[in-house]
Design a protein around this ligand. Structure first.
Ligand code: KG4
Ligand code: ZN
Length: 338
């Protein structure tokens, strides 16, 4: 079975073709980062319009790269939610139209399920069951994963997502949007131990997160200590270390609580090197293992949507062609794939 995957939930147009025998045949990505940079965040209306401009040429390129004709496509997978409604509608409309024109089934994929399954695109793929830490610009969640569609939410952020906290703190440090990767780069020049940021919600039981206080702590530290470049790097490092350690403490708790040994991290922040290193160490101590997607599939992409969609299409799950976008959609409400 060969599936065309379409991702348009936020500010990246991602297209990929995945074949269950040959694996990933092609993937294309157009990032709108430059378009939104002047505004310091994603402007939904501009995002939708840019998806409209880019989606068809990207599909044509992905088909060419995969040496695939429309007759060889057996199904279409598009991100149905959660995300920006206008952006989702572009992928949903194009996906359903192609399914109608090519007379193949279509399936709507949950964006976070896509992230969660992204490590399956490479070897060694994690086996079920595992604990997943999903850390993106919009979500911070710990999920117990028994199989595809069998998800139990263990904890989530009560305020800002981890990526959002990175982006907001980066903005305070005068870095461009999205500041997460730039803050991580700046932290490499930081001197460890000069500042210590709190580890929110680690001193009480539970698996929920809170990151908005860290941004306030960063703002106060910047105000008190000034904007010298070494100070900025030291603040970036202290902030990153606090986020990484907080995530690690909660991941360890989730593994201990569930008795599982495998941890998957996915979503934009899983690209963070310090986070990967910390979780490698933490899981090794527990005689477990951490899995993450290759760097380009940590952030939004079409490959993860094609992969997740293929699993659901193979199980006979389809949407009818009037299926709506679901800007709000919980992971736990998904149908299991048996
Ligand atoms: O998964 P993603 O591409 O989009 C959403 O679904 O939200 O995640 C984007 C987020 C942004 O907040 C970005 O700053 C963050 O991931 N990010 C990072 C790094 N790379 C991306 N945060 C920290 N360190 C990184 N290396
Ligand atoms: Zn995402």
């Amino acid at each position: 079975m060969r599936v065309l995957g379409i991702e348009t939930s936020c500010d990246e147009t991602g297209i990929a073709i995945y074949d269950d025998e040959q694996g990933l045949l092609s993937h294309e990505l157009y990032s709108q980062v430059k378009l939104h940079a002047d505004y310091g965040g994603v402007v939904p209306e501009l995002a939708s319009r840019d998806h409209v401009r880019k989606i068809v040429p990207l599909i044509q390129r992905a088909m060419q790269d995969a040496n695939t004709t429309s007759a060889q496509i057996d199904g279409i997978a598009f991100t149905q939610g959660p995300g920006l409604v206008g952006a989702l509608l572009v992928g949903a409309s194009v996906g359903r139209s192609l399914a109608y024109a090519w007379n193949v089934p279509a399936v709507g994929v949950h964006h976070m399920e896509g992230h969660l399954l992204a490590p399956m695109l490479d070897e060694p793929a994690p086996e079920f069951p595992f604990v997943a830490l999903l850390v993106s610009g919009g979500h911070t969640m710990l999920v117990s994963v028994e199989g595809i569609g069998k998800y139990k939410l263990l904890g989530e952020s009560v305020d800002d997502a981890a990526g959002e906290a990175f982006d907001k703190t980066a903005k305070l440090l005068g870095l461009d949007y999205p500041g997460g990767p730039l803050l991580a780069k700046l932290a490499e020049q930081g001197e460890p131990g000069r500042f210590t940021f709190p580890r929110p919600m680690t001193d009480r039981p539970g698996l929920d997160f809170s990151f908005s206080g860290l941004k306030t702590f960063a703002a106060n530290t910047i105000r008190a200590e000034g904007q010298a470049s070494q100070t900025q790097a030291d603040i970036a490092l202290a902030f990153q270390t606090a986020v990484v350690e907080t995530l690690s403490i909660k991941c360890r708790r989730a593994l201990e609580q569930t008795g599982l040994k495998r941890l998957v991290i996915a979503g934009g922040v899983s690209a963070n090197k310090a986070l990967r290193a910390e979780l490698e160490q933490m899981t090794a101590k527990l005689k477990g293992r951490v899995y993450y997607p290759r760097l380009e599939f940590c952030t939004d992409n079409g490959a993860m949507i094609a992969y997740a969609g293929l699993q659901r299409l193979k199980a006979g799950q389809v949407v009818d062609l009037s299926a709506k976008a679901k800007p709000r959609w919980t992971l736990e409400s998904l149908e299991p794939v048996e």
